[in-house]
Design a binder for this molecule. Sequence first.
Ligand SMILES: [Zn+2]
Length: 119
Amino acid sequence: MFTISKQFTFSASHQLEQLPPEHQCARLHGHNYVVELILQAEELDENGFVVDYLDLKPFKMFLDEELDHRHLNDVLPFPTTAENIARFLYRWAKERWPQVTAVRVSETPKTWAEYRENR
Ligand SMILES: [Zn+2]
């Protein structure tokens, strides 16, 4: 099994309105998000790749156009936790690249949340 990954970044604000007001994440704040796409394949393509990194450009365009420098609460129809964002981006990417096996979303250098489907 081959595994590759690529990191993408975007910056955005959000607010976890479901939390009690004394929780710091309930206040308006922002992150420089790092999103990692993880892709796997048993066999390589004719070029020796799992997926050509260049072919992942639509993912970067999607992040740039839909999420970058936005208030995530305005553009995403769910509580904007890293966990939920990871699942949302996994589903978007999985439709385009079946080799996607997980998406990680990091809000800080010390934390990440991952979504992958159980198999
Ligand atoms: Zn946050």
